[in-house]
Design a protein around this ligand. Structure first.
Ligand SMILES: Cc1ncc(COP(=O)(O)O)c(C=O)c1O
Length: 475
């Protein structure tokens, strides 16, 4: 399944098509930015980006005080394929507000398909709470000080030991414990970039990452991403040629929302490409443990010989979301990341860290994950089958080999935001496509989470969601 292009690119392609077909002739004046905005019902910045792209392709030109014109034909060789253009991130505030409201409701037990947080039914909560009481009783001093900014040594040892399973050789001192992977990503972005910098990302990308980029004043460079094999390395290779990209952020193992998995050869090529260009990679491996196949995929970090990969992960999806514990092994950027941790939140709760260290050491983590993965495989299978049954004909569905989200592309025209409003009015939630784009693209797409156990309630909600989608298609 090929993910749809961003909105501005589609608009540019439409205009380019009209020029190629002769509908717009060389020398013709294009409609003004505002006219096009109203006609296409897109934002001004989408039209501006589309025009910039057409200028880059040599198809149109700006004439002072007069507007944009189709360029006269010149006997020049055809221009090379367009590169993606960096864009400032603007997450739709209304949509974001809904996500936050619904996050709170989901936390209070509302079902549905939006939240990529595992259900309590799959988590080792009894074991964790036993360890928690026992640890408080035995080590009350854990509550008495801040602890080291890099984290509790017991947990860092367990993280290093676990990384050995995929060939990682982490020095305990190189790990900084964080409040989940989200803080790890933020610390890395803060350590590596300044406002205005350009960060290359997957397209579509994890929506909270987009919100982080927006808040830090960073520009996003969307690189085309294949739902099976992940980011296009050819496109990334081209986009990083001119030194304009300061960092790359990727989820190479079971990305969110596509669920793509980069093959090992691609990971090795990525590691050496970015090291050669001195561009750090922030690798988010939060879903690496959720493989459906027999073996855990290696992260790009396993191919990093230059300390160029800042490896982020957490224990929030697989063990205890409420303890909010993650980490980063930041390679040669460790000192800057640790400084960011210190000035941001100083340190992570020592009690949480020690409890998790004890669980990883001898709490049955491997057994728990085997059962959890089995449950997810079955839930994702049921969800996929139900989408096939209930969604409009022509809906394309991702086929992730791990993780717990599905990405759907409905035949255009389709508005997933409209569907979202209709669905939440009936207590059914999911994540509409534009949340995963820096400028409102993927309007006809949506993400469904398969994190909740599949039961009659989920089946009924999914059937209803499919019905609402079909109704919208029928007008
Ligand atoms: C790709 C990705 N990265 C990071 C996070 C945040 O992880 P954590 O809960 O560990 O902060 C999420 C949560 O949904 C995610 O999907």
């Amino acid at each position: 399944m090929t993910p749809p292009l961003p909105l501005y690119q589609r608009l540019a392609d439409d205009i380019a098509g009209q020029i190629a077909a002769g509908t717009l002739r060389h020398g013709d004046r294009l409609p003004s930015l505002r006219e096009l905005r109203a006609r296409r019902q897109v934002s001004l910045s989408t039209v501006q980006q589309a025009f910039r792209l057409l200028e880059d392709r040599g198809l149109i030109e700006a004439r002072p005080q007069s507007g944009f014109y189709v360029r006269p034909r010149r006997p020049t060789p055809p221009s090379p394929p367009a590169l993606p253009v960096p864009v400032p991130v603007t997450v739709d505030p209304l949509l974001w507000q809904y996500v936050q409201v619904h996050t709170q409701e989901a936390d209070c037990g509302m079902g549905g398909f939006r939240s990529a947080t595992p259900s309590a039914a799959h988590l080792p909560l009894a074991a964790i709470s036993r360890l928690m009481s026992d640890t408080v009783r035995r080590q009350p001093e854990l509550l008495a000080d801040y602890g080291h900014p890099a984290g509790a040594i017991e947990l860092r040892r367990q993280i290093a030991r676990q990384a050995m399973e995929w060939g990682g050789r982490f020095a305990v001192d190189d790990i900084v414990v964080t409040h989940g992977a989200l803080e790890a990503l933020n610390l890395c972005l803060r350590a590596l970039t300044r406002p205005g910098d350009v960060v290359a990302i997957e397209s579509p990308a994890y929506y909270t990452l987009l919100r982080c980029l927006e808040t830090l004043g960073l520009q996003a460079l969307e690189i085309p991403t294949d739902p099976q094999t992940g980011i296009s390395l050819d496109a990334l290779e081209q986009a990083t040629r001119n030194g304009a990209v300061q960092a790359v952020v990727l989820v190479p193992n079971f990305s969110n929302p596509l669920g793509s998995l980069m093959p090992d050869e691609a990971k090795a090529r990525l590691a050496s490409l970015l090291a050669a260009r001195d561009i750090p990679l922030i690798e988010d491996d939060i879903y690496g443990e959720f493989h459906f196949g027999p073996r855990r995929p290696r992260p790009v970090k396993a191919f990093d010989t230059a300390g160029n990969v800042l490896y982020c992960a957490s224990l929030t999806k697989n063990v205890a979301p409420g303890l909010r514990v993650g980490w980063v092994e930041a390679g040669r950027f460790r000192a800057s990341v640790e400084l960011q941790k210190y000035i941001g939140t100083h340190s992570t709760s020592r009690l949480s860290q020690v409890v998790l260290a004890r669980f990883l050491e001898n709490g049955g983590y491997a057994r728990h994950m085997r059962a959890f993965r089995r449950a997810l495989v079955s839930q994702m299978r049921m969800l996929t089958a139900a989408v096939r049954e209930h969604f409009p004909a022509g809906t394309r569905i991702s086929e992730p080999q791990g993780g717990f989200v599905l990405w759907l592309a409905l035949p255009e025209p389709f508005d997933s935001v409209e569907l979202f409003h209709a669905a939440i009015a009936e207590g059914i939630d999911f994540a509409p496509g534009p949340l995963f784009s820096p400028c409102g693209g993927f309007r006809n797409c949506l993400r469904l989470s398969g994190a909740a156990p599949w039961n009659a309630g989920q089946a009924a909600r999914l059937a209803r969601l499919g019905e609402l989608a079909r109704r919208q298609r029928q007008g």
